[in-house]
Design a protein around this ligand. Structure first.
Ligand code: NAI
Length: 330
């Protein structure tokens, strides 16, 4: 049988943590034959809640769960990890300025980058979920120089899956037959969910849906605002779907995307493809093979799309500047 892989989940006592730990323990992230050791990190005020999650994981008797490390010590949590799912962060509270939230998160991601730099297993793959996800992952990457840049990513798979879900509902076609939507740019309301290359049951999505006004209007805003809609409905964040999509993100990265020409969206270090700004983490369409992602090249981009891709890129450049200011102030 395979040697266990160590998977770090930060913010493990929170909403997403509670949803994702059992998924990982069931094999949804690394496959049904891969034992895992869960490393769960949270902060002192959540220590008791974290212990509660640990107790439940023991009680669930998962065949694949080979061990649990539950701790409030970042260095202990990061030791030897093969995968790091960074969910912990400082939430925006009513009345807080954007810069205040950024400043708190930049400090957290700088510190945890140092802990990963020191302790993570070689080849550790990182996905940042906590918002602002793209910029948190950028700060993590900049402060963990020994981790290759291609191993630092952020989650936009939830947005990607949301786009597939909307196309599926609208066309009354099972979601497994909906492919190749793209999320470009920032995991924020400026993201651009692009359906120009999407297919439904092998046919162009625009043809099947037959309603460009919907696809260019309501569809885009629905995907962009879906997180807020779920908070409004549940009174809590979209933890289940975020957890499931983070498992999809790592699973496809490690085990590969299907060989049928379909792709997924991932926030990765921009190399300037499609005119995206370099030096930020930008969501692109990617395929994965042998544990490596690569940006899908050569897609045609119309003018309306290019404008939206540029706007979300500009927001990332601004966020980066703000984050750098916060680091300089600290
Ligand atoms: P939550 O508030 O329930 O949980 C966050 C947890 O992080 C808490 O247990 C907290 O104690 C912990 N935490 C805070 N600072 C920490 C630190 N320095 N180290 C370790 N843990 C720390 O929030 P929830 O709903 O689980 O969401 C987590 C993050 O994910 C939020 O930033 C949210 O905005 C983001 N999110 C991102 C999505 C995406 O698609 N990228 C989708 C949904 C949420």
């Amino acid at each position: 049988s395979k040697a266990p892989k160590r998977v770090l989940v930060t913010g493990a006592a929170g909403q997403i943590g509670y949803a994702i730990c059992p998924m990982i323990a069931r094999g949804a992230m690394l496959g049904p034959d891969q034992p895992v050791i869960l490393h769960m990190l949270d902060i002192e005020p959540a220590k008791t809640a974290l212990e509660g999650v640990r107790m439940e994981l023991v009680d669930a008797s998962y065949p694949l769960l080979a061990g649990i490390v539950a701790t409030t010590d970042a260095e202990e949590a990061c030791k030897g990890v093969d995968v790091a799912v960074m969910v912990g962060g400082f939430p925006r509270k009513a009345g807080m300025e954007r810069k205040d939230v950024m400043s708190k998160n930049v400090a957290i991601y700088k510190a945890q980058a140092a802990a990963l730099e020191k302790g993570a297993a070689p080849g550790c793959k990182v996905v940042v979920v906590a918002n602002p996800a793209n910029t948190n992952s950028l700060i993590l990457g900049e402060n963990a120089p020994s981790i290759p840049k291609e191993n630092i990513t952020c989650l936009t798979r939830l947005d990607h899956n949301r786009a597939l879900g909307q196309l599926s509902e609208r066309s009354a076609t099972h979601v497994s037959k909906v492919k190749n939507a793209i999320i470009w740019g920032n995991h924020s309301s400026t993201q651009y969910p692009d359906v120009n290359h999407a297919t439904i049951d092998g046919k162009p999505a625009r043809e099947v849906i037959g309603d460009d006004a919907y696809l260019d209007g309501e569809f885009v805003s629905c995907v962009q605002q879906r997180g807020a809609a779920i908070i409004k409905a549940r009174g809590l964040s979209s933890a289940l779907s975020a957890a499931s999509s983070a498992c999809d993100h790592i699973r496809d990265w490690v085990l590969g995307t299907p060989a049928d020409g379909s792709w997924v969206s991932m926030g990765v270090y921009s190399d300037g493809s499609y005119g995206a700004p370099k030096g930020v983490i930008y969501s692109f369409p990617v395929t994965c093979k042998d544990g490596q992602w690569s940006i899908v090249q050569g897609l045609s981009i119309d003018e309306a799309s290019a404008t939206k891709m540029k706007a979300t890129g500009e927001e990332l450049v601004e966020e980066k500047a703000l984050a750098m200011e916060c680091l300089a102030d600290a």
